[in-house]
Design a binder for this molecule. Structure first.
Ligand code: BG6
Ligand code: MG
Length: 225
């Protein structure tokens, strides 16, 4: 079986915006008397804006305290803070090795996709100067279910015209790895706590084209035997 596509998550894989999401939510939560730490924040990775708010309210025991209009206002506030913090992003904000990896995948004639549930993804790719590297970016506004549902990875495969079993997905979130596995793709997890990934790496520094092709070959050999 040939590897025909590599599909990336954005926040925490391509650039370190996962931390900026945390800081913005923490500020909004504090204003309504809810505190949470980075350990709880792990549960928000890969989760859409409104679903994240829902989890934060539940964590603070305030699920019933805000009506729809108030929730929308909290989500808008969070996004304003988050977008403000994106001003610090430049073309140098790519995580180590990502620019080289994108170039190598392109050179190998393998398709490149994006599966981020962030509505800010297109703007971030433009700021990072890598928008043109992607053959297809799944449209987060058309996705009904957050990760761990495989919907966004399946949408990326469909947009790239590849079958899930011809593709590798790369994630930093536990829910994201679950989504890749559920889609029937091979999963690569970046960071701790991702033992359910087919391949777990410490950082994007280790995420080379050689490492991906070795992983692909070893897994497809395993499948055949
Ligand atoms: C995901 C992040 O990529 O995007 C989540 O991991 C975030 O933390 C989600 O909530 C939605 O992002 P946005 O930019 O649409 O609020
Ligand atoms: Mg992520």
């Amino acid at each position: 079986m040939t590897l025909n596509a590599v599909i990336f998550d954005l926040d925490g894989v391509i650039t370190d915006t996962a931390h900026l999401h945390f800081l913005a939510w923490r500020e909004v939560a504090m204003e309504i008397g809810i505190t949470f730490d980075e350990a709880f924040n792990e549960q928000l990775k890969g989760i859409s804006r409104m679903d994240s708010l829902q989890r934060i309210l539940r964590h603070g025991g305030k699920e019933g305290a805000f009506d729809h209009k108030q929730r929308m206002a909290l989500a808008v506030k969070k996004n304003e803070l988050y977008v403000q913090s994106l001003a610090s992003l430049t073309q140098a904000s790519l995580l180590p090795g990502i620019r080289e990896l994108l170039m190598e995948i392109r050179r190998a004639n393998v398709k490149i996709g994006l599966a981020s549930v962030s509505l800010n993804a297109p703007r971030i790719l433009h700021t990072l100067g890598i928008h043109a590297a992607f053959d297809f970016c799944a449209d987060a506004s058309r996705i009904a279910r957050s990760k761990p549902d495989p919907e966004i990875f399946l949408a990326a495969c469909a947009g790239l015209h590849v079958r899930p079993d011809e593709a590798i997905g790369i994630e930093d979130a536990s829910a994201g790895v679950e989504a890749i596995n559920a889609a029937g793709m091979l999963s690569v997890g970046i960071g701790p706590g991702l033992g359910h990934a087919g391949l777990q790496l410490h950082s994007t520094r280790e995420l080379t084209w050689e490492c991906l092709t070795d992983f692909w070959t070893s897994r497809t050999v395993l499948k055949r035997n």
